[in-house]
Ligand binder design. Structure first.
Ligand SMILES: NC(=O)C1=CN([C@@H]2O[C@H](COP(=O)(O)OP(=O)(O)OC[C@H]3O[C@@H](n4cnc5c(N)ncnc54)[C@H](O)[C@@H]3O)[C@@H](O)[C@H]2O)C=CC1
Ligand SMILES: CC(C)CC(=O)C(=O)O
Length: 364
């Protein structure tokens, strides 16, 4: 990958490589755009096959956060970190503390939180070294694990998508195929089960599958089978790029609504879904509950206020479908339009110079 070419093409601001030999930390912090405010986005710990794959993941996820935060109406930019390593084996206290010091060095340009492979405990360790971390323990007056809130937002967004696809937002009796039943999807399945939906689940982790079978009466299928099952809604809740040339032809679902980031392998896959008449709910609009929740910590966490904002995901998803129909464009483009309009407006007004304490004029 030609990194500067890639960064120029998609307008990235900064890419930071962090290395600490003693703890084994190898982290990549990507900051995409800070027009709306400091970049907020989680830290993913994953075993990448190559360094290039890790860099690409950090960059793609960071851009997604710019759009997610903008579309959710937050005054935050987009960034994300990947730590290269196996979250089950390679974590240690020194690693997260070293990472916290690197974040501190960015002086507030980047604020972190949980993502796949990191936990509240990891955020607490980072917090030993920096205040630029959210999703830390409720004992610190913070919001804790964002996953249940993300799940609630996905559930509300799925209802808006059902309304678009089936003419009613009731999920009772609907069959939902859930790919990956981890932190977010477990909680999503609980909401769906409570509303009377039928669940089909898959995961590479058999314990996670068994829990959904035992607690929610879900039907388990193999990881390759999930795409082709008979269902009304497909909910991708594992990793990205699962909507691609191989999987889309297998789908029987009328609606796609799930938690995973970067679900479309390429934007062309969003075009294909549109042509096929499948209601695709853009990932970063429906899965914003977690970031909305942790962002509230920056104002002094208030659960009621945060949840009120999470409720807006229903209307936000509905708005994307409206724009898609009005402008006759696929839903992923409609979501991008919504986010970009907000960023461009702010970028324009920021270009007006206003004196502040940091400017050279104030030193005269
Ligand atoms: N945790 C949060 O608050 C948020 C999470 N997301 C996104 O939602 C997705 C899920 O996040 P979490 O639930 O936190 O992660 P998680 O790691 O708890 O769950 C992911 C699950 O997917 C499974 N999985 C991985 N590859 C698979 C495959 N090929 N087939 C089937 N299952 C597979 C894993 O075994 C795991 O159980 C990720 O893409 C994440 O970036 C997005 C917004 C917020
Ligand atoms: C997990 C969230 C708190 C932030 C994030 O990184 C995301 O929404 O993907």
């Amino acid at each position: 990958m030609e990194i500067f070419n890639y960064m120029t093409k998609y307008d990235y601001e900064q890419l930071v490589f962090c290395q600490d030999e003693q703890s084994g930390l190898k982290a990549i912090i990507a900051i995409h755009d800070t027009t709306l405010g400091p970049a907020l986005g989680g830290t993913r710990m994953w075993t990448y096959e190559t360094e290039e794959a890790a860099i690409e993941d950090a960059l793609r996820l960071a851009k997604g956060m710019t759009y997610k935060n903008a579309a959710a109406g937050l005054n935050l930019g987009g960034g994300k970190t990947v730590i290269i390593g196996d979250p089950k084996q390679d974590k240690n206290e020194a690693m997260f503390r070293a990472f916290g010091r690197f974040i501190q060095g960015l002086n507030g340009r980047y604020i972190t939180a949980e993502d796949v492979g990191t936990t509240v405990q990891d955020m607490d360790l980072i917090h030993e070294e920096t205040d630029y971390v959210t999703g830390i323990s409720p004992a610190f007056g913070s919001s804790g694990n964002p996953s249940p809130v993300t799940a609630y937002g996905v559930y509300r967004g799925m209802k808006a998508a059902a309304n678009e696809g089936f003419g009613s937002d009731s999920l009772e009796g609907k069959t939902v195929a859930v790919q990956g039943v981890g932190n977010v999807a477990y909680n999503l399945c609980r909401h769906l089960h409570e509303e009377g939906a039928h669940l089909i689940v898959t995961d590479i982790n058999q314990e996670a599958v068994q829990r959904a079978v035992d607690e929610f009466g879900a039907k388990a299928v193999g990881t390759d089978e999930i795409y082709g099952v008979d269902c009304d809604i497909y909910a991708p809740c594992a990793l990205g790029a699962t909507l691609n040339d191989e999987t889309i032809p297998q789908l029987k679902a009328k609606v796609i609504a799930g938690a995973a980031n970067n679900q479309l392998k390429e934007t062309t896959h969003g075009d294909i879904l549109h042509e096929k008449g499948i209601v695709y709910t853009p990932d970063y609009v429906i899965n914003a509950g977690g970031v909305i929740n942790v962002a509230d910590e920056l104002h002094g966490y208030n659960k009621e206020r945060a949840m009120k904002r999470v409720e807006t995901i229903y209307d936000n998803v509905a708005r994307v479908f409206e724009i898609s129909k009005r402008d006759e464009i696929p839903t992923y483009k409609a979501a991008d339009r919504m986010a970009e309009e907000r960023i461009m407006k702010l970028r324009k007004s920021r270009s007006q110079f206003l004196q502040n304490g940091h400017h050279i004029l104030s030193r005269k």
